[in-house]
Design a protein around this ligand. Structure first.
Ligand code: GFB
Length: 328
C-alpha cells in the first residue's frame, strides 16, 4: 500500500508500551514525519503547552497513547492519579486537536471500560450497561470519558476522532515494577528472579482462576494504524486476540518459558479483579486485521529480549533500578 508521506503524525506517549509499538510500526511503514515529545519537552498536563505544540507543529494525525497505566494493584491503590491524570491528558489533546485541526485522532482506551458483569464476549453496545469492576473503576471512568469526548467533538464539530479499545497488552518497553506492573511482566520478573536465586516457589496473586485475553503490542500497532487509515465512525472498535486463558495457565506458560521448575503458590488475599474480559473483536477482524504473534511466541520473545542470555536487565538498567512507569 502506498502511504501518504505528507502526514505529520504525532504519537503522544511514544516511550510507553503501546506508543513505542505504534512508532515502530509507522517507521516500518515508511512515514517520514513521526512527531514525538518527551515529558520534559511537552507536558501533556499543561493545556497551554499542548495548544502551542499543535499550533506550531500542525499534526495531521494523532495517536493518543499517553496515559497513566498500571496493573491491578496500582489501579486500585492510586485512584486519584488514574482518574485525574487520564482525564487531563485526553482533554488537552482532544481540545487541541479540534482547535488546531483538522487532524485525525485515535484515542486508546482499555477493555476495563466494560461493566464487570457484562456478557462475554464484550461488545461495544455493552458500554455503560452496568457497574464497573471496582479495582479499576477510576481508570475505566477516565477512559469512558475519553471515548465520549471523541464522540462529542465528532457530533458537534465534525472532528474525525475515533477510538479503539485494546485488550490486555504486553511487549517491549513494558513496566516490570512489582507494585505497578501488569500480570505478564510481573510474572516474567518473578519467575526469572526465582530461577536465578534458586527459590523453590513463586507466589502469584489471586486465585489464578480468572481469565484474561492478551495481545502483543506489535499486533495492536498494526490494528491502530489500520484504523487510522480506514475507519471513521463514532463507535469505538475492540481490538483483541479473540481467545483468553486463566491466570493459572498464564503462570504455567511463563514458568515454562523462563525455565523455573519450582511450585506456583496462589495468594488469595490479593484481588482477582474482573472474572473475565474477552472482547468481541469481530469488527476489526472484518477490516482484515488479525493477530500474527501467538501468546507463547510473544512471551518467549519478550523474555528473551529483557532477561535472556544473562541480561537480567530492563531497558538497559539493572532490575533493581527499574522504577514504575512515571506517567506519559
Ligand atoms: O494484569 P493485571 O494487573 O490487571 O492482573 P487486570 C491480572 C490478573 O493477574 C489479576 C493476577 O487477577 C491478578 O491478581 N496476578 C497474579 C497478578 N499475579 C500477579 C502479579 O504478580 N502482578 C499482577 N499485576 N497481577 C488491569 C486494570 O486489570 O489491566 C486496568 O487494572 C487495565 O484498568 C489493565 O484494564 C489492562 O487485567 O485485572
Amino acid at each position: 500500500m502506498t502511504i501518504d508521506t505528507e502526514r505529520r503524525i504525532f504519537v503522544a506517549g511514544h516511550r510507553g508500551l503501546v506508543g513505542s509499538a505504534i512508532v515502530r510500526e509507522l517507521q516500518r511503514q515508511g512515514y517520514p514525519t513521526v512527531l514525538t515529545r518527551t515529558r520534559a519537552e511537552l507536558d501533556l498536563f499543561d493545556a497551554r503547552a499542548v495548544n502551542q505544540f499543535f499550533a506550531d507543529q500542525r499534526p495531521t494525525h494523532v495517536f493518543v497513547a499517553a496515559a497513566r497505566v498500571g496493573g491491578i494493584l496500582a489501579n486500585s491503590s492510586r485512584p486519584a492519579e488514574f482518574i485525574w491524570e487520564n482525564l487531563v491528558i485526553e482533554t488537552n489533546l482532544v481540545h487541541a486537536g479540534w482547535k488546531h485541526g483538522p487532524s485525525k485522532m485515535l484515542f486508546l482506551g482499555s477493555s476495563c471500560i466494560y461493566p464487570k458483569d457484562a456478557p462475554q464476549p464484550l461488545h461495544p453496545h455493552h458500554l455503560l450497561s452496568g457497574p464497573l469492576e471496582p479495582t479499576n473503576e477510576w481508570y475505566a471512568l477516565a477512559k469512558i470519558a475519553g471515548i465520549k469526548l471523541c464522540q462529542a467533538f465528532r457530533r458537534q464539530y465534525g472532528c474525525d476522532f475515533i477510538a479503539a479499545m485494546p485488550t490486555n497488552m504486553y511487549g517491549p518497553n513494558d513496566n516490570y515494577h512489582p507494585d505497578s506492573s501488569h500480570v505478564l511482566p510481573a510474572l516474567l520478573r518473578k519467575f526469572h528472579e526465582a530461577k536465578i536465586s534458586g527459590a523453590t516457589e513463586v507466589v502469584c496473586w489471586g486465585s489464578g482462576n480468572v481469565r484474561r485475553e492478551f495481545l502483543h503490542t506489535d499486533d495492536f500497532a498494526r490494528a491502530a494504524t489500520l484504523l487510522m487509515d480506514r475507519y471513521s465512525e463514532e463507535q469505538f472498535v475492540n481490538v483483541g486476540s479473540g481467545t483468553d486463558l486463566t491466570i493459572r495457565e498464564i503462570a504455567e506458560l511463563v514458568s515454562e518459558v523462563v525455565g523455573f521448575s519450582g511450585r506456583i503458590v496462589w495468594d488469595t488475599s490479593r484481588p482477582d479483579g474482573t472474572l473475565r474480559k474477552l472482547m468481541d473483536s469481530s469488527q476489526i477482524f472484518a477490516l482484515g486485521w488479525k493477530p500474527q504473534i501467538s501468546l507463547e511466541e510473544g512471551i518467549r520473545a519478550t523474555y528473551g529480549s529483557i532477561f535472556g542470555n544473562g541480561k537480567n536487565r530492563v531497558l538497559g538498567k539493572p532490575l533493581v533500578e527499574v522504577l514504575p512507569v512515571d506517567g506519559p
